[in-house]
Ligand binder design. Structure first.
Ligand SMILES: CCCCCCCCCC/C=C\C/C=C/C(=O)SCCNC(=O)CCNC(=O)[C@H](O)C(C)(C)COP(=O)(O)OP(=O)(O)OC[C@H]1O[C@@H](n2cnc3c(N)ncnc32)[C@H](O)[C@@H]1OP(=O)(O)O
Ligand SMILES: Cc1cc2nc3c(=O)[nH]c(=O)nc-3n(C[C@H](O)[C@H](O)[C@H](O)COP(=O)(O)OP(=O)(O)OC[C@H]3O[C@@H](n4cnc5c(N)ncnc54)[C@H](O)[C@@H]3O)c2cc1C
Length: 662
């Protein structure tokens, strides 16, 4: 029997309506037909491992069991990766199959995502040679321990101390206060035996700022914390239950001099401190991960959209016309308004990620040639895109969840967990407001340079154009809308700058004036991000190699994103661009037309994300649309359904009822 015949008939009909080739979309989204084949082949290999299948849903396990099961599966998954590499002589292709296996977050995420990259990015060639082979082969397991109980955002305020002792050529690590304890690092709780510790360096009583050090914290055989190490797990959270986030404190814990990662700054044997060319290069791993998070946002938006769109095609409720059968809820325009923006945003984030990845690679290449000119632009852009995409993606996932009604509240829909995981990215790797204020610093500098008629970096060069074009009439085209968002950013940057000037004229110093203008500064950064997201995604769609049929649909999605945000931020556009009320009415009508035009392709579009049922892990979102059957099948797995009468009846309910009779 083919998959189609087992499918819910609504989904079969939806797929028949699709006006483009779904496989073409999949190949375009993931890069090429070859990339799709390789990714699917690897996913097949992972899913073929029987031991990776869970006997019962994770939600029924205790916190401890959940973690242990996560570690068990992470080690098996690691073997599959190793075997693939041995067989093909290369890493597996980019994929999201970990989601199908671990469901939540892997206890090895920080090992792979930050420990290894920090050694690679911050270590000297000798240090890389010492630790990378061990870390990459999992002879040692590590994490990135930066955040403390007292400080996360302001990392110059970290309190962990590394004092150099030239007599023994060692650093002595100490956490002198409760607030100095490391708090949050993934895998630290019970998994890792090493970590990159970010600490304040002291030599002869003099502070030299924060630097990364490698510390072994647990014995490799017994896994017991080494003397001088206090380590543990921080407890349950909104998500990340299997990430094994932990705490850590040192008491006169000694590590050899060579354990300071010294690619940037060095401490010589005699205690001489050699400053790096730019102390902010120490923050390099965070920049890399912020870029990666934009890509993750695309994935989470796609996952939630796939679940909610398929469910909405299967679910019938109420009537649009009294004379017709109950409608698929996907036919309600309000439902399309909730869901199609998630589909469109996933594409926008994907294109923004690919664009940022290029910028990142270029800057890394330049840095390897000691050229730092473009580092501030990279930092500013990664900060604001990470901040805006993560918040938007979190809201989109939640909207998809709400759009599934009561069933979206079921853990088995996988939408609650997906929300918990997505929304965490607003905070980790740089809290949203803090990152937007970093971008604002850059925008203020760019604005001052624009006022002096200087050449600006590509991502802010529109500020100069906007300065010249402020009188041009609004154009209701995608290009016109992109320009409109640039005008909004221009207007907000200018207003924030002038607000700072106003406060300074009133006698405030720059720092106080900055704080008083900071709500505006954050909004200016958001507007700058929106302008980038609109421009980059529209350009990507226009330059894509898609066939006419697919291209038409991708353009509709990109226009939907542009129009959605025009209508959402119409007040800003009225204030800072030449848009008129009439233009907005035309765009409101256009938006409704776009929803209707996208509707027949909705299921095809989410099929185009090519997320397998195992990755979706959802009763509502499976390819075959057997929603109600799956909801019941999953409910029957509840331990409460494994017995006809629960013992609480005899212990509590019956006595209560009997007491009530007296
Ligand atoms: C493709 C790979 C994908 C990998 C995906 C892996 C996924 C892994 C996901 C893991 C999930 C969860 C793990 C989470 C981990 C963590 O959260 S680790 C901890 C992260 N912590 C933070 O992000 C802290 C945020 N704070 C900061 O970054 C800094 O403290 C902050 C920049 C906010 C301020 O620093 P200050 O030293 O105070 O700097 P300031 O005075 O404001 O500015 C000085 C100057 O320096 C410039 N600057 C700052 N940072 C950078 C940088 N990174 N690069 C370049 N330049 C930087 C700043 O702009 C200022 O410049 P100016 O010219 O003086 O204006
Ligand atoms: C799921 C998860 C996983 C994590 N994993 C790791 C990890 O593996 N390793 C690690 O080292 N860390 C990790 N972290 C920690 C994370 O990086 C920090 O929580 C994050 O950087 C925010 O710092 P904070 O908690 O100190 O927030 P705070 O800075 O205390 O933020 C609280 C509020 O203060 C505001 N605020 C702070 N400073 C300013 C300012 N200058 N201007 C205006 N407003 C300000 C913020 O906007 C926010 O509203 C993780 C966190 C989470 C949630």
């Amino acid at each position: 029997m083919s998959t189609e015949t087992k499918c819910n008939p609504d989904l079969v009909r939806e797929r028949a309506k699709c006006t483009f080739d779904v496989n073409e979309l999949i190949n375009l989204f993931y890069g090429s037909e070859k990339a799709t084949k390789e990714r699917r082949h690897f996913e097949d290999a992972v899913l073929a491992v029987k031991e990776l299948k869970d006997a019962i849903p994770e939600e029924y396990l205790s916190h401890k069991e959940r973690y242990e099961n996560g570690v068990r599966k992470a080690t098996i998954l690691r073997d599959v990766y190793r075997d693939y590499k041995a067989k093909h002589n290369r890493d597996p292709p980019p994929n999201q199959i970990t989601k199908a296996v671990i469901k939540d977050i892997s206890p090895f995420l920080l090992h792979n995502g930050m420990f290894v990259p920090t050694i690679a990015g911050q270590g000297t060639p000798e240090q890389q040679a010492e630790w990378l082979p061990k870390a990459e082969s999992m002879q040692i397991i590590g994490t990135y321990a930066q955040t403390e109980l007292g400080h996360g955002s302001f990392i110059r305020g970290l309190e962990t101390i590394a004092t150099y002792d030239p007599k023994t050529e060692e650093f002595v690590l100490n956490n002198p206060t409760l607030t100095s304890f490391k708090w949050w690092p993934g895998g630290l709780g019970s998994t890792v035996n090493h970590c990159v510790v970010v600490a304040q360096l002291y030599i002869n009583g003099k502070s030299h700022g924060i630097h990364p050090f490698i510390a072994q914290i647990r014995d490799l055989d017994t896994h017991k914390p080494l003397p001088g190490v206090k380590v543990g797990e921080i407890g349950p959270k909104m998500g990340f239950q299997t990430a094994n986030n932990g705490f850590l404190g040192f008491d006169n814990f000694r590590i050899p001099r060579k354990n300071m990662l010294m690619k940037n700054a060095q401490v010589l044997k005699d205690g001489t401190f050699v400053k790096g060319i730019n102390e902010k290069l120490t923050y390099g791993t965070m920049v890399m991960v912020r870029v990666g998070i934009v890509g993750d946002c695309s994935f989470y938006a796609a996952l939630a959209a796939t679940i909610a769109v398929r469910y909405s095609a299967v679910r019938h409720q109420s009537h649009i016309k009294a004379s017709e059968p109950e409608a698929q809820i996907l036919d309600y325009l309000t439902q399309q308004h909730k869901l199609f923006i998630a589909v469109a945003s996933s594409h926008v984030y994907r294109n923004a990620y690919l664009w940022m990845e290029k910028m990142y690679t270029n800057v890394m290449k330049e840095l390897s040639q000691d050229k730092q000119d473009n580092l501030p632009e990279l930092h500013a852009t990664a900060c604001c895109l990470k901040a805006v995409c993560s918040r938007d993606a979190g809201s989109l996932v939640e909207e998809c969840r709400l759009a599934c009604g009561g069933h979206g509240y079921m853990a088995s829909s996988n939408l609650p967990l997906t929300y918990g995981v997505t929304i965490a990215a607003v905070t980790y790797e740089g809290e949203r407001t803090v990152l937007l204020l970093q971008t604002a610093r850059y925008l203020m500098k760019a604005w001052m340079a624009a006022l002096k008629g200087k050449v600006l970096s590509p991502s802010v060069s529109y500020l100069l154009n906007s300065l010249k074009e402020s009188k041009k009439p609004w154009q209701n085209t995608p290009e016109g809308i992109v320009k409109g968002f640039q005008h909004v950013s221009f207007g907000k940057v200018k207003a924030a700058y002038e607000t700072i000037q106003k406060y300074m004229k009133q006698g405030k110093d720059y720092e106080d004036a900055w704080n008083l203008a900071s709500v505006q500064l954050v909004k200016a950064s958001e507007a700058h991000s929106r302008a980038i997201l609109c421009e980059v995604s529209w350009e990507a769609v226009c330059s894509s190699s898609a066939s006419p049929n697919l291209s038409r649909v991708l353009q509709q999605l990109a226009q939907l994103y542009l129009t959605y945000w025009t209508l959402e931020t119409s007040g800003d556009l009225l204030l800072y661009s030449n848009i008129t009320k009439d233009d907005l009415i035309i765009l409101r009508d256009k938006y409704e037309e776009l929803l209707v035009a996208i509707r027949p392709n909705a299921v095809g579009l989410v099929d185009g994300f090519d997320l397998r049922d195992e990755i979706l892990n959802s009763t509502l979102g499976s390819y075959d649309g057997r929603v109600y059957e799956r909801l019941m099948e999953e409910a029957l797995k509840s331990p409460l359904n494994q017995e006809t009468v629960n013992s609480s009846f005899h212990k509590y309910l019956k006595p209560m009822m009997e007491k009530a009779k007296l």
